[in-house]
Each structure stands twice: as structure tokens, then as C-alpha cells.
Design a binder for this molecule. Structure first.
Ligand SMILES: *[C@@H]1O[C@H](CO)[C@@H](O)[C@H](O)[C@H]1NC(C)=O
Ligand SMILES: *[C@@H]1O[C@H](CO)[C@@H](O)[C@H](O)[C@H]1NC(C)=O
Ligand SMILES: *[C@@H]1O[C@H](CO)[C@@H](O)[C@H](O)[C@H]1NC(C)=O
Ligand SMILES: *[C@@H]1O[C@H](CO)[C@@H](O)[C@H](O)[C@H]1NC(C)=O
Length: 283
């Protein structure tokens, strides 16, 4: 009896993984998993991907040279180091059939450089949980003045971890009173040139901000077409309260395809998209 039940559950998990590949919008996200309490809660939940931020800083109450710790600027200290974050996730994944993935959002090139040995340890072929390396490497809309993470160093070092998914995007200046904008052909073209010049040959995803992406369908389609040999995808994200033309975003997602779109947006926006169910035809 118990055996039958276990088999049935296993079959369900395998099937759902196949389904996930066909519909990446089913992947769920936890954000800013930057402390021990929240990491434990996220591991205990159904969430698929743990997004977390890395800065160079210190562990609260400890002294010493700066190390990669889980924190979002302007914070520079945490109760969780990157080393402990990764080992905790790996330990969880060793004993659970449904693995949690991680999206490591590097806030500076220095934090990324100092994390290389750790990343290498978890990008070995025998480790199988999803490992994403993310950074905003280029200046983006609307005239964003946030300093991007050095694109050349980020890509050169990223290529040394072929198992890792490179998640590379643009800084953005959107939301609040800024409700209009788009990714320009030049911004998209610079990304393409970077990917080509560095002979990137591993899975890539491009994080794009929903409100801006909705207005940028032609250039985003160009980007994904030109990088299709890299098993590329887009990751649509949004901040709470961003203005988004929902119908245009829906059109973009359905044109790109659910099999090439990760969706990391607030619940209410996701609900408004009314994505078609599995048995429905497109649109
Ligand atoms: C831990 O992280 C979560 C998610 O970022 C946050 O809501 C919470 O306030 C943090 N707790 C502490 C003690 O920093
Ligand atoms: C890209 O990587 C794959 C497998 O890792 C390899 O077969 C292929 O030759 C590589 N292509 C280039 C252009 O390096
Ligand atoms: C394509 O990329 C996804 C992650 O975006 C990964 O899970 C999948 O295994 C990749 N497939 C191939 C054939 O590389
Ligand atoms: C894809 O996933 C979304 C979110 O889970 C769901 O609403 C939608 O019905 C799914 N569509 C298909 C075609 O699988």
C-alpha cells in the first residue's frame, strides 16, 4: 500500500518536471533570501527558486576581512554568508527529491570575484540543482544611472562555470512617477555583442522588467532569436506598483512562449495575465 503510494508520488514529480520545462512560468520564486530564518522558511516551502543578494561584508558580531555575505545594499552585514547559504541549500537538495534552485544576485563585481571558488564548488557536474548567476551588467532604461556590474569580468568569469545559467540584464530606472519606457535597440544590441564577443556557450536568461519589456517586443524577440543556440529565455520581473500594460505583456509572453519565459512578478500582475491553461490553444 505504502509502496504504491510512493510510486504514485514519484510519477507525479517526474511528470511535473516535464511540465515545468514546457511552462517555465510555473517556476515559483522567493526573494531576498538573505538571512538564516528566511532561508529555513523558504526551504520548508513549495518555492522552486531562491533568489538572494550577495555583497562583500561581514557576519553580524564577527570581525575580519570582508567576505561574500547575503545582503541587499545598503546593508553590508548578515547572519548568513554565501558559503553557509550554498551549503545549506546543497544539504537540503541531497536528501530531497524535489530540488531547490538558487539565483545569486551579485551586487558588485568585487563580491562576484571573491565568490568564484565557492561558485566553482557548486557548479561541478555532479551537483545538479539549478545555479543561476545574476547581475545587471549594462545600463538600461529609463536612462538609469545605477552603476552596472562590470560586464566583461562578469561574463569572463561566468564562462568558467558552464553548468551555471548566466542571468544577465540591465539596470533600470522605472516605477513611481516613471510609467513609460522601453529597452532600446542599442541596449539590446550591446548585450548581444557582449554575449558574442565573450563566446558565451551556456544557458543564458535575460531578466527584463515587465513594464518596460511590454513596450519592447520587437527588440526582445531579436535578442532571443539571435541567442537561441544558447537555450535562452527571458525572466520577466516586476517591482510592486510598477505600471505595466498588461495586454502588451501578455502578447510578449505568448509570442516568446511559455517554454522560454520565467515569470517573477507580484501575484496580482501574474493573475491579470490570464495565461492560457495547458489544454488551450495559443491566445
Ligand atoms: C529575513 O529576510 C526576510 C526576507 O528578505 C525579511 O523579510 C526579514 O525581515 C529578514 N529578517 C531579519 C531578521 O533580517
Ligand atoms: C559549446 O559547448 C558544447 C557542450 O558543452 C560543445 O559541444 C560545443 O562544441 C561548444 N561550442 C563552442 C562554439 O565552443
Ligand atoms: C535549458 O535551460 C534551462 C534553464 O533555463 C535548464 O533547466 C535546461 O536543462 C536547459 N536545457 C538544455 C538542453 O540545456
Ligand atoms: C502555465 O503556468 C501558469 C502559471 O502556473 C498557468 O496559469 C497556466 O495555465 C499554464 N499554462 C500552460 C499552457 O501550461
Amino acid at each position: 500500500m505504502i509502496r504504491i503510494l510512493v510510486l504514485a508520488v514519484t510519477a507525479l514529480v517526474v511528470k511535473s518536471e516535464e511540465e515545468v520545462m514546457r511552462n517555465l512560468t510555473t517556476v515559483t520564486w522567493a526573494h531576498a533570501v538573505n538571512n538564516k530564518t528566511y532561508l529555513d522558511a523558504a526551504l520548508a516551502s513549495d518555492i522552486c527558486m531562491l533568489e538572494a543578494d550577495i555583497v562583500l561584508g561581514t557576519i553580524i558580531g564577527k570581525e575580519g576581512p570582508p567576505i561574500p555575505v547575503m545582503a541587499h545594499p545598503p546593508a553590508t552585514s548578515s547572519d548568513l554568508s554565501l558559503a553557509d547559504f550554498l551549503s545549506t541549500v546543497a544539504k537540503y537538495n541531497n536528501v530531497n527529491s524535489k530540488q531547490k534552485g538558487v539565483k545569486l544576485d551579485f551586487k558588485s563585481i568585487e563580491a562576484y570575484e571573491k565568490s568564484q571558488e565557492l561558485i566553482a564548488q557548486y557548479s561541478k557536474p555532479q551537483i545538479t540543482f539549478p545555479l543561476w548567476l545574476n547581475a545587471d551588467i549594462l545600463p538600461g532604461p529609463v536612462d538609469s544611472t545605477t552603476k552596472p556590474v562590470d560586464p566583461v569580468k562578469f561574463l569572463e568569469l561566468g564562462a568558467k562555470h558552464p553548468r551555471a545559467v548566466l542571468s544577465v540584464g540591465w539596470t533600470t530606472n522605472y516605477g513611481g512617477s516613471i510609467t513609460e519606457g522601453e529597452y532600446s535597440g542599442e541596449q539590446i544590441g550591446t548585450m548581444l555583442r557582449m554575449i558574442n564577443e565573450h563566446r558565451i556557450n551556456q544557458t543564458v536568461t535575460f531578466p527584463v522588467r515587465a513594464g518596460l519589456a511590454a513596450n519592447s517586443q520587437p527588440v526582445i524577440l531579436d535578442l532571443l532569436r539571435e541567442t537561441s543556440s544558447l537555450n535562452c529565455s527571458m525572466t520577466v520581473w516586476s517591482s510592486e506598483g510598477d505600471h505595466v500594460e498588461v495586454n502588451r505583456l501578455r502578447a510578449l509572453i505568448l509570442t516568446v512562449g511559455l517554454e522560454r519565459t520565467y515569470l517573477d512578478v507580484p501575484q496580482d500582475l501574474a493573475a491579470k495575465l490570464h495565461l492560457p491553461p495547458p489544454d488551450a490553444k495559443k491566445n
